[in-house]
Design a protein around this ligand. Sequence first.
Ligand SMILES: Nc1ncnc2c1ncn2[C@@H]1O[C@H](COP(=O)(O)OP(=O)(O)OP(=O)(O)O)[C@@H](O)[C@H]1O
Length: 259
Amino acid sequence: MIEIRNVSMEFLQSKRFKDFFYLTKSQKVVKSLINVDLMIDEGDKVAFLGPNGAGKTTLLKLIGGLLYPTYGEINVNGYNTVHNNLRSRKSVGFVLNEERSFYWRLTAVQNLEFFGVLDNLEGDRLTSKVVELIGLVGLEGAKHKKVATYSSGMKQRLAIARGLLCDPKVLILDEPTRTLDPEAVIDVKNLIMQKIHENEKRTLIIATHRFDEAEELCNKVCIIRNGELISFKTIDEIRSIYGSVSQYYHSIMERNKKD
Ligand SMILES: Nc1ncnc2c1ncn2[C@@H]1O[C@H](COP(=O)(O)OP(=O)(O)OP(=O)(O)O)[C@@H](O)[C@H]1O
């Protein structure tokens, strides 16, 4: 269970402007999230949809304990992400859309071993976990190749394997198919559907711009706009009221434009 209670997130951004003859530096407050309230149940598969800059990644990072909220609180499986940060982070696996976070001169196995040690795995447990995950994401044939030689799709598979190293109760994926070609998109989607959905108790949270991804991979959808959570519905409700996720999204965005 993930409880997000009245969460707001503000960033300070430096701003330089020319004031007649002087270059002045000031700071402005960017409100990335405003009073977000949300409950995510164990086993839920939730998609965060919203335009660029809406606050989706910020919310993922707050749930994962990588950022602390400016106001409000978040509890992941009963652990507060600020006061019990280590414990709350232990139950969360993160798949960021950051290919650069791997060591390119190391192989897939070496990368997973390195990150596994950071997750407190060692010895036989680490070795068997790495073998299991390499198999799960279908990288056996390339496991001893340097990551530098990997395609974007293979790196994304490896990123999913890394996110699963600590056997997390909650798996967070930030735009898992953003940089992939159409075939790799299908591959990664299938991987998430077949392998990750197998564990019914695992909660999945995906930030995405793809309606098909939300519809096929998730049972609930949140729409975030300008830092506010403007709608949260189950896929069944969406299908019966709007027909599809795409129609739901456009209808909610249109209604909120008018407000
Ligand atoms: N570290 C930061 N410092 C300052 N501002 C930030 C920081 N991180 C995010 N923001 C700002 O917060 C807002 C929300 O950003 P966020 O990345 O969460 O949006 P997003 O919905 O994930 O966008 P996208 O779909 O483009 O990935 C943006 O205005 C962004 O500039």
